[in-house]
Structure formats: structure tokens, C-alpha cells
Design a protein around this ligand. Structure first.
Ligand SMILES: Nc1nc2c([nH]c(=O)n2[C@H]2C[C@H](O)[C@@H](COP(=O)(O)OP(=O)(O)OP(=O)(O)O)O2)c(=O)[nH]1
Length: 138
């Protein structure tokens, strides 16, 4: 069995919505939607990798506000361990632009079920829904 690839991703929140990005054609999971992020480089921790990836992919700066549990997912060709973080854009950040994705969308949780999300992201989404539900309870 091959060693899993460590991948970080950010659930960037704004005004009750979360940013999702559509993967380019010709890559693994072509045209599916994901949370922006990417592979950790050797020796990198999740936060460092995520700040780097978000700068490279979207040209913006984030502040991480919460960590969700890591989830392992086995695709046919590769196994990944996804390390999700909840975040928001910093006050001085540029607007996100899709440098490496086909498209970006800010989606409400109520509409995200309709989106063709990468399979590894489904448990991430469930954990995020729980977090938001707990936060809204008195
Ligand atoms: N960034 C990201 N990758 C995800 C998510 N869900 C999911 O299954 N993946 C998979 C897709 C890829 O197989 C892997 C991440 O690889 P990537 O291709 O985005 O990584 P990278 O940005 O470092 O790109 P590259 O150097 O391989 O071109 O994790 C997600 O929400 N965000």
C-alpha cells in the first residue's frame, strides 16, 4: 500500500457562505469542486502549507479560526489525508481569484448538497455542518 498524501484545505467563510473551487480539466478529480488548498511539502505544518497554497491559488491571505478532524480517503489511484481548517479572509486581503481553478463560488450550506464535491470532502462537510450547528445553538 502506498503512503497517503497529506493535503490541507480551507473552508473560507464570508457572510454565511463558504468558498469552493472547481478543479481544472486534465487533473485528478477534474471539474469537481473542492475547498482550496493542496499538498503539504516535506517538513511543512498544515497552517504553513495552507497559507502558502491559498496565496498561490487565490492570491489572498487567510486567518485560520478552527481545525476540523483529519479524514483519510482512498481514491482508486491515490489515498489522501485531508486536513481541513475553517478560516476567513484577513481584513487587508485581496479578493480571491482562481489562478489554478476553473471557477470559484461562495455557497451557502443549504445549497452545497447540489454541488459535485470531491468524495473526500463529504465527511469534511458533515463536520463543518456540526460545527456551525453547535455555534448557532444557545
Ligand atoms: N486542495 C484540495 N484537494 C483535495 C480536496 N479534496 C480532495 O479529494 N482533494 C484531493 C485532490 C488531489 O488528489 C489532492 C490535492 O492535490 P492537488 O493537485 O490539489 O495539490 P497541489 O495543489 O499541491 O497540486 P499539484 O502540485 O499536484 O499540481 O487532494 C480538497 O478539498 N482540497
Amino acid at each position: 500500500m502506498t503512503t497517503p498524501i497529506q493535503v490541507c484545505c480551507a473552508l473560507i467563510e464570508r457572510a454565511g457562505r463558504v468558498l469552493i473551487a472547481q478543479r481544472p480539466p486534465g487533473k485528478h478529480l477534474a471539474l469537481q469542486w473542492e475547498f482550496p488548498g493542496g499538498k503539504l511539502e516535506p517538513g511543512e505544518d498544515v497552517a504553513t502549507a495552507l497559507h502558502r497554497e491559498i496565496q498561490e491559488e487565490l492570491g489572498c491571505d487567510i486567518k485560520i479560526t478552527a481545525a476540523l478532524s483529519a479524514c483519510e480517503h482512498r481514491y482508486d489511484a491515490v489515498t489522501i489525508v485531508l486536513h481541513p481548517r475553517v478560516a476567513h479572509l484577513t481584513a487587508g486581503s485581496s479578493e480571491p481569484h482562481p489562478h489554478e481553478h476553473v471557477a470559484l463560488r461562495w455557497v451557502a450550506l443549504a445549497e452545497i448538497a447540489e454541488i459535485d464535491l470531491a468524495a473526500a470532502d463529504l465527511p469534511v462537510l458533515a463536520a463543518y455542518r456540526d460545527l456551525r450547528k453547535k455555534a448557532s445553538q444557545p
